[in-house]
Design a protein around this ligand. Structure first.
Ligand code: G6Q
Length: 537
């Protein structure tokens, strides 16, 4: 593959094409092509994807697909699904798709079949989750578990929190769920302040079982429990682990029988459907968890087999490239019109930004083009009353993804139609705006016309699903996972390592020693030395 993406034929054509259509307004694009909706909408099961409100023509679309072909997207995609070690810097396969592959299929990594072990862990999780849900799993004093606390951070936290919030409607309501991630002691203190130790189960979720935040919180939890129950043996009834590191789990005092395994070919931010989803399974039950996996798998199949021009994650990924690399946009807003999805943007931030926030290509050469965008967002309609002003009338172009559901989980009179009307209205207002002539025609004073004019031409995708279910959530997450993959392939970067988080971790370890032993001389830069001295005093 030609690593110099800017010299590739499709890229050059896209540059020329961009110069031709960059000022074209969506109003004109719609006027000139009455078939735009047929061309730029897709259905996949209950998912309706409208990408007609993007600043593209048929030619743009063809060129973006040409770029994907030139970058050998389909080969890279197959390599991922087949378990090839595409995470080159860590010499690992990237097989989150195996986590939701139905049993009976075979995928090999290092001469070992992986689908069967995945299902063995799922069975063990189901057994355990059912016992907790039914009250058969008893705490040390014989009481039922009423509280479940997941201790983990990053990929071992954001997925579980998001999924719990997203699927709360389906959760067992007599169980309380809390999520402790931050090293700030306030997080742990607040999570357990109204809990009794003998009714509380801790799930220590850590792939490595060495992460500073998680291990500190886990040891604090252990002490909190033992302070109340005063017997080391209680740990076995109140702690389980999700990890790849059996030795460290044992060292902590957790019975390896109460350990739920996953594998180094599951990246942290791609792990919410592995054993890291244990809290999710306890909350919604094994059947619903299977539905979640089914949704993931449906999107995997679509991504793997649909022609590129009908492939939703491919199109979403290419649109990100189109805006970031040609229009120079730096952010992507994700706006789910569903209160249950209020943690979805935070989850996506890790998925997208830890994956594609890279400045070197796979071969180590520095990129001379923009890579991963900043993802951000908020559940609708709240954002409309705060930051949407900037999207509508600011000077920065921000592509938006609107996500909505036809049915309401809690059907209260009026709410659902009002909610959906707002999605449709926002997409329409962003794309088509309101001209100065239209504003003036409403009798607005000349002085106010520029203030009340909406330029429009602000692009968005609209994704509509039937209902927020475990299955549709799985589909939605896999859609973004694969869109991230597509972008990474186009840019020729490794979307699956995260070296950028290392330096801060190493420095923090050193500084911890310096804070605890004030006699250690400081040899940081002057600013950092002064900050540490200030704190030491
Ligand atoms: C995700 C990252 C990172 C990781 C956390 C927690 O892709 O690797 O967010 O999930 O640092 O790591 P552990 O699960 O090992 O504690």
């Amino acid at each position: 593959m030609n690593n110099d993406i800017k010299k590739s034929r499709a890229w050059k054509k896209l540059e020329d094409h961009y110069n031709k259509i960059k000022n074209k307004h969506l109003r004109d694009l719609f006027r000139e092509d009455p078939k735009r909706i047929q061309k730029f909408t897709l259905n996949n099961g209950d998912l309706y994807f409208d990408f007609s409100k993007h600043r593209i023509t048929e030619e743009t679309f063809d060129l973006l697909i040409e770029l994907a072909i030139e970058r050998k997207l389909t080969d890279r995609r197959e390599a991922m699904f087949e378990g090839k070690k595409i995470n080159q810097t860590e010499n690992r396969a990237v097989l989150h798709t195996a986590l939701r592959t139905p049993s009976g299929n075979k995928i090999m990594v290092d001469n070992e079949e992986v689908v069967e072990p995945v299902h063995a862990v799922l069975d063990k999780m189901s057994w355990f989750a059912s016992r907790v849900r039914s009250g058969q799993w008893k705490g040390f004093t014989g009481k039922k578990i009423r509280n479940v606390v997941n201790i983990g951070i990053g990929g071992s936290d954001l997925g579980p929190v998001m999924a719990y919030e997203a699927l709360k409607f389906y959760s067992q309501r007599d169980l309380n769920f809390r999520f402790v991630s931050n090293i700030d002691g306030n997080d742990f203190a607040e999570a357990v302040r109204d809990f009794e130790a003998d009714e509380t189960l801790f799930i220590v979720s850590s792939k490595t079982f060495t992460t500073l935040e998680t291990m500190t919180n886990a040891h604090t939890a252990r002490k909190w429990l033992l302070d109340q129950l005063k017997n080391e043996k209680a740990v076995a009834d109140h702690f389980v682990a999700v990890s790849t590191n059996e030795a460290e789990v044992k060292k902590f005092g957790i019975n390896p029988q109460n350990m739920f395994e996953f594998w180094d070919w599951v990246g942290g931010r791609y792990s919410m459907d592995s054993a890291i989803g244990l809290s999710t399974m306890i909350a919604i039950g094994p059947e619903n968890f299977n539905e979640l996996l089914k949704g993931f798998h449906e999107m995997d199949e679509h991504f793997r087999s649909a022609p590129l021009k009908q492939n939703i994650p491919v199109i979403m990924g290419l649109l990100n490239v189109w805006y970031g690399n040609f229009f120079g946009t730096q952010t992507q807003a994700v706006l789910p019109y569903n209160r249950y999805l209020h943690r979805f943007p935070a989850y996506l931030q890790q998925l997208t930004m830890e994956s594609n926030g890279k400045h070197v290509q796979l071969n180590g050469a520095k990129v001379d083009y923009q890579t991963g965008a900043i993802y951000w967002g908020e559940a609708g309609t709240n954002g409309q009353h705060s930051f949407y002003q900037l999207i509508h009338q600011g000077t920065i172009l921000i592509p938006c993804d609107f996500i909505g559901f036809k049915k309401a989980l809690n059907p209260l009179p009026l709410h659902q139609d009002y909610l959906m009307a707002n999605i449709f209205a926002q997409g329409e207002a962003l794309a088509f705006g309101k001209t100065a002539a239209e504003v003036a025609g409403e009798g607005v004073s000349d002085a106010l016309v520029p203030h009340k004019t909406f330029e429009g031409n602000r692009p968005s995708s609209t994704l509509i699903l039937d209902n927020l279910t475990p299955e549709s959530l799985g589909k939605l997450i896999a859609l973004y996972e694969h869109s991230v993959f597509v972008q990474g392939v186009i840019w020729g970067i490794n979307s699956f390592d995260q070296m950028g988080v290392e330096l801060g971790k190493v420095l923090a370890k050193k500084i911890i020693g310096e804070l605890q032993n004030k006699s250690i001389p400081l040899n940081h830069d002057e600013s950092t030395n002064a900050l540490i001295e200030h704190y030491r005093k």
